[in-house]
Design a protein around this ligand. Structure first.
Ligand code: GGG
Length: 355
């Protein structure tokens, strides 16, 4: 039977449309090669340009429109001229929250030893899955701005850690560690954040009682940041809060080839709502429009999408093709030391995938 997957495309800002175009090319190629899979696409022009024209990042009924899709494929958001907190909150975070995409899966995987600035690292040394809490925590949007502009001005930004939200992400991480037979590391900061992170650590321990087969470690986020750089091999599955996950996975990108190779999936595991797939990188206004953005992170997001829809073979094939492209070295964009254009990488990718 034909599996039909309806995909909403939000190319967004800057290099977003350039890299999403390559990801869509890959999806079309898969459709041509697989008689059992079909994709339909609808593009939404939302983002900063839309905001500058209409005063909104997405249509008022945008969430209702997206609800009808199986998946959302997003490029990048943010552009000079629109405050970052507006572009992020009114589009990307709005979608994550509205669709309860509470799991952010960010693999930190070294595909080729030459891509790490760390000394003496092989691919096996850096291969972890960071599971970032994606719906609350420091990104709950709770706070207050008091006495604005006055000498007594005070600004509060409250981290929100509900039992439900904390338990479910930690449970998801334990399940992932059990399934993949890997260790699980929780990263928090209980010595300084004496409410939220003490709670986080307690929940990690409590839920862990149901998983005696999973070997666990706990780190403070400052120590973990150091070990991400000095000894990343000690991490396998990692679970952490929204803000820490955001920051740690940028370190993860730095040790594995940069943001051009960093992908993220925003998952609603219960599948009540669409999940969203996106490269981790932003809109990169400095190179937008030059046709030199690295599309491999966006293509890796397609691999995550295939994995989510239980198309493991395609998911693995896409990853293997990314590795092949990297090994060839003559089809890489400038961020990886090459001279190829975004389009050339996409075309070469499809040639290899189709072999
Ligand atoms: N590719 C998505 C994008 O543009 N992300 C920019 C960003 O600032 N993301 C923050 C986050 O993932 O929480």
């Amino acid at each position: 039977m034909m599996k039909k997957i309806k995909i909403a495309l939000i190319p967004g800002d800057g290099i977003g449309p350039e890299v999403v175009e390559q990801g869509v090319k890959v999806l079309h190629a898969i459709e041509r090669m697989d008689q059992g899979l079909s994709f339909t696409f609808e593009t939404f022009p939302w983002g900063c340009e839309y905001y500058l024209e209409k005063g909104i990042m997405m249509d008022a009924n945008g969430i209702d429109l997206l609800q009808k899709f199986d998946a959302i494929y997003l490029g990048a958001v943010g552009y000079p001229g629109v405050p970052d907190h507006i572009s992020l909150w009114d589009l990307l975070l709005k979608i994550r929250k509205s669709f309860d995409q509470y799991v952010n899966l960010r693999p930190v995987t070294l595909l080729h030893p030459s891509f790490t600035p760390l000394k003496k690292r092989s691919e096996k040394d850096i291969d972890m899955l960071v599971i970032r809490e994606n719906s609350e925590g420091e990104y709950a949007g709770a706070g207050e701005w008091l006495f604005k502009g006055k000498p007594e001005e005070v600004v509060l930004q409250t981290g929100v850690f509900s039992r439900k939200g904390t338990e479910r992400i930690i449970r998801f991480a334990y399940e992932e560690a059990r399934k993949s037979q890997r260790t699980l590391t929780s990263i928090s900061k209980a010595n300084a954040l004496n409410y939220s992170m003490v709670f986080w650590d307690e929940v990690f321990e409590e839920v862990g009682k149901e998983y005696p087969d999973v070997t666990t470690f706990s780190y403070l986020v400052d120590a973990a940041s150091l070990y991400f750089v000095s000894d990343p091999g000690r991490f396998e599955v990692v679970v952490t809060s929204n803000l820490f996950g955001d920051i740690l996975t940028d370190i993860g990108a730095a040790i594995t080839g940069g943001l051009g190779l960093a992908t993220g999936a925003n998952i609603n595991p219960e599948r009540e709502f669409p999940s969203m797939f996106e490269p981790v990188h932003g809109s990169a206004p400095d190179i937008a429009g030059q046709g030199i953005a690295n599309p491999l992170a966006a293509i890796w997001s397609v691999s995550q999408m295939m994995d989510f829809f239980d198309e493991k073979e395609w998911s693995e094939k896409i990853l293997a093709t990314i590795s092949s492209i990297i090994l060839e070295t003559d089809n890489l964009t400038p961020d990886l030391g090459g001279k190829a254009t975004t389009n050339e990488v996409g075309d070469r990718f499809i040639e290899i995938l189709s072999r």
